[in-house]
Design a protein around this ligand. Structure first.
Ligand SMILES: [Zn+2]
Length: 283
């Protein structure tokens, strides 16, 4: 009997199963280190020694810079005041076929990717306008050069490389990719105290004239998702780690932002993540 019991014990997972993949993969994309603290569990230590827990011990009441997103509401009921990293993945981001969103659908989900831990961006991309500015590269994007953060410039260039041959074949794609709304601008999210991802030089707005944006609706109207951005463009961005604002109930279809943690297989296993393009029923 005893050997059998010992064998069972040996096979059982150790007390510490290691950091969750959604946490350990952050070191690939963000400046910091994975740490375990006896009192707080797993977390991420960023510049200056600040520890951000993977899972907060109690629901937080303090805002540490999690924003509801570019153009997101800052109404009390909309803001997502969370201080743990696990929350980044709480709403799965599902790449693949464009899904028409219906706000009246009881199963309609929140805006995936709109939980952002601003401290991660500050420590990785720059703490001030000047710091970010000094790290901007130029990326040629369908005729013009745009400033983009050096850490996200290569992924954006790869998006262009994916799209160029497709634009040759299908010129109807081109108008979406010209008259670009913008990339880097040091600003806060509309009606929010949090910085926009545009402030870090990791977001791009395509042609505004071809976009739909929930804030352009009449005030008080129920959300009416709409989109003209073609699938091929969405696919090219998502393949390189950019999430699309067209997957938000609070839609912003011109907006793409570099959030590789939400699309990378390295992060597989993050709470509630769905990574495979084309996975059905995710929403
Ligand atoms: Zn934008």
């Amino acid at each position: 009997m005893l050997p059998a019991v010992l064998a069972l014990l040996a096979a059982a997972p150790t007390r510490d199963a290691g950091p969750p993949p959604g946490l350990s993969c952050l070191t690939t994309f963000y400046a910091g280190e994975v740490h375990h603290r006896p009192d707080a569990g797993w977390g991420f230590v960023i510049d200056g020694g600040t520890f951000i827990p993977w899972r907060a011990q109690a629901r937080p009441v303090r805002d540490i810079g999690v924003s509801p997103g570019d153009g997101g509401e800052e109404d009390e009921e909309e803001s997502k005041e969370v201080i743990d990293l696990e929350s980044i993945y709480a709403v799965p981001y599902v790449a693949g076929p464009i899904v028409r969103l219906d706000a009246s659908d009881a199963g309609a989900i929140d805006d995936p990717g709109r939980v952002r831990i601003e401290q991660l961006f500050l420590t990785t991309y720059g703490q001030s306008r000047g710091e970010v500015f000094d790290r901007l590269a130029k990326v040629r994007f369908f005729g013009l050069r745009y400033p983009f953060h050096e850490l996200a410039a290569e992924p954006l260039r790869r998006v262009v490389a994916r799209l160029e041959p497709q634009v040759q074949e299908n010129p109807k794609l081109k108008p979406f990719l010209t008259e670009i709304g913008g990339t880097f601008i040091w600003r806060k999210i509309a009606r929010s105290k949090n910085l926009s991802t545009h402030a870090f030089g990791i977001a791009i707005d395509l042609n505004v004239d071809r976009a739909h944006y929930w804030r352009w609706q009449r005030r008080g109207e129920p959300l009416k998702w709409n989109n003209k951005v073609p699938q091929a463009i969405v696919d090219a961005f998502e393949a390189e780690g950019f999430i699309w604002g067209g997957r938000w109930l609070h839609y912003d279809t011109m907006h793409f932002e570099y959030r590789p943690e939400l699309l990378s297989p390295l992060c597989r296993g993050g709470a509630g993540m769905v990574l495979d393009a084309g996975v059905d029923g995710g929403r």
